[in-house]
Design a protein around this ligand. Structure first.
Ligand code: GLU
Length: 229
């Protein structure tokens, strides 16, 4: 097991992410990383080993939107390169993933033939390159189109440079949203969110999410908005 955390709001995102990852530590992991929207650009930091390694490498960051990950390696050995997040070739999109992509090998072959450059040995990295091929201005929709192409299990969170939005999707891996005032959260487990909010929404298999500081919108597989109390 392993974990995902996401934040978009008015606090320093790196602090919320590191706090959330600490609370998810009990799930087990071999590496950790974060992707931040910092000064409009994406900034990635990832390390093999304990969260402390990541904390030590972390500069003071001001960004208010970011995603974080603890990895339990299933495809590709534990290493800095194989740690999440992963970034698209153009550097504009980043994702984290828990789960296993079963058809990654054929997807990777196709994406490499199309000119995508891979930096890791993981199954996960195909997701960010697929996302790049689908992105045409709507991050959540691009993620919905991406997950249609993958077989396996996943909880995924994605960010885009210059944007406060986080898009997420899940199938057979847990994902919960935490609701705040002018801030919203997502995590693998509610324990990562309880010091910020007690209002949560569970994401179900096949659903996708758009999260910004202003609100969260959940979509079903057909792209229709779902109302959930
Ligand atoms: N299969 C992915 C990897 O090995 C994700 C592992 C996880 O769930 O943390 O990188």
């Amino acid at each position: 097991m392993c974990g995902i955390i996401g934040y978009s709001g008015h606090r320093r995102a790196s602090e919320v992410l590191m706090d959330g990852l600490k609370r998810l530590e009990y799930r087990g992991y071999d590496s950790a990383g974060i992707a931040m929207v910092e000064d409009g650009r994406l900034l990635l930091l990832k390390r093999q080993g304990e969260l402390e390694m990541l904390q030590k490498a972390l500069p003071k960051l001001e960004g208010r939107t970011g995603i974080g990950h603890t990895r339990w390696a299933t495809c590709g050995r534990p290493s800095d390169r194989n740690a999440h997040p992963f970034v698209s070739c153009d550097g504009k999109l980043a994702i984290v993933h828990n789960g296993i992509i079963e058809n990654y090998s054929s997807l990777r072959g196709r994406l490499e033939a199309e000119g995508h450059h891979f930096t890791s040995e993981t199954d996960t990295e195909v997701i960010v390159h697929l996302l790049e091929t689908h992105y045409a201005g709507d991050l959540r929709q691009a993620l919905a189109e991406t997950v249609r192409e993958i077989q396996g299990t996943y909880a995924i969170a994605a960010v885009l440079e210059g944007s406060p939005e986080i898009a997420a999707a899940r199938k057979e891996n847990p994902l919960v949203l935490g609701l705040g005032v002018e801030e919203n959260f997502l995590a693998s487990d509610v324990t990562a969110l309880l010091s910020y909010t007690n209002q949560v929404l569970y994401i179900m298999d096949g659903e996708t999410v758009s999260l910004t500081p202003k609100g969260v919108t959940i979509f079903d597989m057909d792209g229709a908005v779902i109302k959930r109390e």
